[in-house]
Design a protein around this ligand. Structure first.
Ligand code: M6P
Ligand code: ZN
Length: 192
């Protein structure tokens, strides 16, 4: 736990690389961590038989002055697709029902997907500079539909908690697939 003698606590963010320093935790997410999320299971299995590609990195700096303090995260989502589905984050909903989050897209392009537990769905187009507020009780996922890295900064309370079960069980209502070279929203068969 940090104390006032450590204040103020600052990290330095580099807009060009999408990295900040110092980082406390680095969490790599490879395809094997997202096998349940991508819709084309045969492509997932044939890819994993050869290699386990990196899909994104999460860099975290928890500001631990108390249990209700905030964390800063940076997600670096590589461009690419698994079959026809664009690279995306796992996505989660907060365990606490009063916890929002801020996402700030600093590089690249794509979408923020939002969804309630009942399946009400929204998608927000992201370009560098878009800052989105994620309301409490909306699951959230980022999708990289561009040719370059999609990078976003996140800020949330450490006490929010991460629940992945709704995403693993049913996923988001719409998939972002490439159709005739364009990112296209397609109804997920798991919801229809
Ligand atoms: C962002 C924030 C964090 C989350 C991290 C990984 O930094 O939303 O709360 O831990 O991304 O989230 P996910 O596993 O859904 O990619
Ligand atoms: Zn979150």
């Amino acid at each position: 736990m940090l104390s006032p003698k450590d204040y103020p606590i600052s990290v330095q963010y580099d807009f060009a690389s999408g990295k900040f320093d110092p980082v406390k935790i680095r969490d790599d997410r490879n395809l094997s961590d997202l096998q349940m999320m991508f819709h084309d299971k045969s492509v997932v299995q044939s890819t994993l038989a050869e290699a386990d590609p990196l899909i994104y990195e999460v860099w975290l700096h928890p500001f631990e002055t108390s249990k209700s303090d905030m964390a800063l995260g940076v997600t670096r989502l590589l461009p690419g697709k698994i079959g026809d589905e664009y690279h995306m984050t796992k996505g989660h909903i907060h365990e606490r029902d009063d916890q929002p989050e801020i996402y700030f897209c600093t590089q690249g392009e794509g979408y923020l997907l939002l969804q309630t537990i009942d399946g009400e769905f929204r998608a927000e187009r992201w370009t560098a500079g878009t800052i989105s507020h994620i309301p409490p009780m909306w699951a959230h996922r980022a999708v990289n539909t561009g040719a370059d890295m999609l990078v976003f900064v996140a800020s949330y309370h450490l006490s929010a908690g991460h629940d992945y079960a709704p995403i693993i069980n049913k996923g988001f209502r719409k998939l972002l697939l490439e159709r005739e070279g364009q990112p296209t929203f397609v109804e997920s068969p798991r919801w229809t």
